[in-house]
Design a protein around this ligand. Structure first.
Ligand code: MLT
Length: 399
């Protein structure tokens, strides 16, 4: 038998959301008559917008006619979508070359796949708490991980520690799970730190469309110098309801270069292109047409309406936290509300308690890192009726 990658033994038994799903399914089998409201995984509930559905239909029709049928597409994505994405960036003042944009099936895969481009000897800096994919993929690769603490004291927005060296830095803003969002000055510090360390920032902006505060940056490229040190990942999953349709994009600037041990010039953009051409055959044409429709005027206004709907739910949840004096972050520039577990419980205890007593599913903070041990995440992605009912049940528990 071949030698298996033993680094997998360093992973937790199962991926966070699989564990949550397993516990919920066991509960439902035990108590089939109980109504369960899911505010756990950040999966959207509103259907795709009308403009997006029309684009899907007409692309499907094109695929059914000999003269407009398409086979393999460009691995990097069709120009019509790359141009639409570049246009979206221009709306917050960022000018990108379309060759720096790579269309993908979502930010989750790319934030993991990008690690192919880096040496296994690199040290990775990862905030705690954060989206578990960053830790898990680097653990699979056996890279050294150093953590930087997000706590209530720093509003879950950890800043660089100059005494620590890192080669790769993951940042997620607005953050999953805490909903906290870096401002320009804070991101500038991260960019400066990366440039000082010759490090690359892997910036996950999957929730940028939820930013309502006009002073907050949507993209790391709004910060000078970021084009020399940051790769950015974004997704239409939460922006436009694409969790099941699958489409995202990754920006790899041409200005990120390095020298090999024997002095050869290396470009991250060329390497990512090479990697994608080798391992990826692109996103389906139909889906790319749907994604391009999101960036049209009507598509964007439909997406904004969906986001507004979810943000009303976020307010229902955050108002409940305020009413009971529970410490929380998020819910303003993010669809996540991150709060301290009541009754001194740890997050898995609170998960079980909330499920058993109220039939409400959330996500235990411990799944996002040690600093989440006593914190809990609820999402605004269910519908209004269920969110209101979940908070009614929550209030009953708090009495
Ligand atoms: C989450 O709940 O954290 C997200 O839905 C996970 C994801 O986007 O993969």
């Amino acid at each position: 038998m071949a030698d298996f990658n033993e680094k997998f033994l360093d992973l937790k038994e199962s991926y966070l959301f699989s564990e949550v799903a397993k516990r919920v399914s066991a509960f439902q089998q035990r108590e089939p008559e109980r109504s369960v409201i899911r505010l756990g995984i950040g999966d959207v509930t509103l259907p795709l917008g009308k403009t997006v559905v029309q684009a899907l239909h007409s692309a499907a029709d094109e695929m059914g006619r000999a003269e407009s049928f398409r086979g393999y597409g460009p691995e990097q994505g069709y120009d019509f979508l790359r141009e639409a994405i570049a246009g979206h960036y221009q709306s917050f003042g960022v000018k990108l070359d379309t060759n720096e944009i790579f269309v993908s099936d979502g930010a989750k895969s790319d934030t993991g796949n990008i690690t192919d481009l880096f040496s296994k000897d690199n040290t990775v800096l990862i905030p705690d708490p954060v989206y578990p994919v960053y830790v898990d993929t680097n653990t699979m690769n056996g890279r050294k991980i150093v953590y930087i603490n997000g706590t209530a004291e720093n509003d879950f927005l950890p800043m660089p520690d100059r005494s620590v060296h890192a080669d790769i830095i993951y940042i997620c803003s607005p953050n999953n799970p805490t909903g906290a969002c870096y401002n320009r000055a804070q991101l500038r510090e991260w960019v400066n730190y990366a440039l000082e360390n010759d490090a690359v920032i892997l910036f996950d902006s999957a929730y940028e469309c939820f930013i309502s505060d006009s002073d907050l940056p949507h993209s790391i490229y709004e910060i000078e110098g970021a084009e020399r040190c940051a790769v950015e990942f974004c997704s239409l999953s939460k922006t436009a309801g694409f969790t099941g349709t699958r489409c995202g994009y990754t920006v790899v600037p041409k200005a990120i270069t390095s020298k090999s041990a024997n002095g050869m010039e290396m470009s991250l953009n060329k390497m990512w292109n090479r990697r994608q051409c080798t391992k990826f055959n692109g996103v389906p044409y139909i889906v790319q047409r749907a994604a391009a429709a999101v960036f049209s005027e009507e598509g964007m206004s439909e997406a904004r309406a969906m986001i507004a709907h979810y943000m009303e739910n976020a307010k229902v949840i955050s108002d409940t936290m305020t009413e009971f004096g529970i410490r929380y972050t998020g819910g303003i520039n993010s669809p996540y509300i991150w709060f301290e577990c009541p009754f001194g419980m740890d997050s898995w205890q609170f998960f079980d308690f909330l499920l058993e007593k109220a039939g409400v599913v959330g996500t235990p903070g411990a799944g996002f890192g040690q600093n989440g041990n006593n914190w809990f995440r609820l999402t605004a992605f269910n519908n209004k009726e269920n969110t209101v009912e979940a908070m009614r049940r929550f209030k009953e528990l708090m009495k």
